[in-house]
Write a protein that binds this ligand. Structure first.
Ligand SMILES: Nc1ncnc2c1ncn2[C@@H]1O[C@H](COP(=O)(O)OP(=O)(O)O)[C@@H](O)[C@H]1O
Ligand SMILES: [Mg+2]
Length: 231
């Protein structure tokens, strides 16, 4: 049961949004997902409280540096995937969560190009590798990308990061109304009304491709050690 953590020491980078999109997509594919909500804004907890959330997503609230290990032990027994949504801070919780992760996703706001919060996480991961020999796989996720931004512009960012040996996910998360509204609606993107939410079809496809990429990077291995691909 892979642990996937969303980390960026800056708020507003799109961590919580991407974490929820991944959780809902994995759950839609049949996986049992636990979200450890360590974000003081507790948006995913709020989403779950709407009552429309699928039954195979469990949200654990008010996760702290002191409690995270216990929550993880509990979640490992019952989940196929564990997703950690961190606050936008550089603290003990961040260091602990990184150490427990199978993969760290670092959302960076694509258009603003303000990558400082992401760079701090990359720096921490590098330090862990140098001082403790622990290498935690990670990738940068470009988020809140303007739908008009060209593939060429994104390719340039990828090339820049690749020069520093940082993997960038192929699928950026585009700025979409659906990705804001899902928190109020509760449930899945698929439950939303295409008449009311603009470009819902594009949002659905975006979330699907993003989750597919993560699933390929961090596959769930079933009880018998076999790869299990959710339908
Ligand atoms: N892809 C997106 N499309 C539209 N709005 C987004 C998107 N990603 C984030 N937002 C909005 O930006 C703000 C910050 O996003 P959030 O996911 O909470 O970031 P973080 O968890 O890093 O602080 C929220 O208001 C959220 O609704
Ligand atoms: Mg957040």
């Amino acid at each position: 049961m892979p642990v996937i953590t969303f980390a960026n020491t800056k708020g507003g980078a799109g961590k919580t949004t991407a974490a929820l999109l991944l959780a809902t997509e994995l759950a839609r594919g049949g996986a049992r997902v636990t979200v450890l909500d360590a974000d003081p804004q507790a948006w995913i907890t709020g989403w779950a409280q709407t009552g429309a959330a699928p039954r195979n997503i469990e949200v654990v609230s008010a996760v702290t540096a002191a409690s995270i290990q216990g929550h993880l032990a509990e979640a490992r027994r019952v989940s196929d995937y564990i997703i950690i949504d961190l606050p936008g801070a550089r603290d003990t919780l961040l260091a602990n969560a990184l150490g427990f992760s199978d993969h760290v996703v670092i959302p960076i706001q694509g258009c603003a190009m303000d990558a400082k919060g992401g760079a701090q996480v990359l720096e921490l991961l590098m330090r862990l590798e140098k001082s403790a020999g622990i290498r935690i796989p990670h990738s940068v996720l470009l988020t809140r990308v303007n739908s008009l931004v060209t593939t060429r512009a994104l390719q340039m960012v990828k090339t820049l990061l690749a020069e520093r040996q940082v993997r960038v996910l192929d699928t950026p998360i585009v700025e979409r109304a659906a990705f804001r509204d899902i928190f109020d609606c509760g449930g899945l993107l698929q439950d939303m009304d295409a008449q009311r939410v603009s470009n819902l079809d594009k949002a659905l496809e975006n979330a699907r491709l993003f989750a597919e990429e993560i699933r390929t990077l961090v596959p769930y291995r079933g009880a018998r050690g076999q790869m299990r691909r959710a339908a």
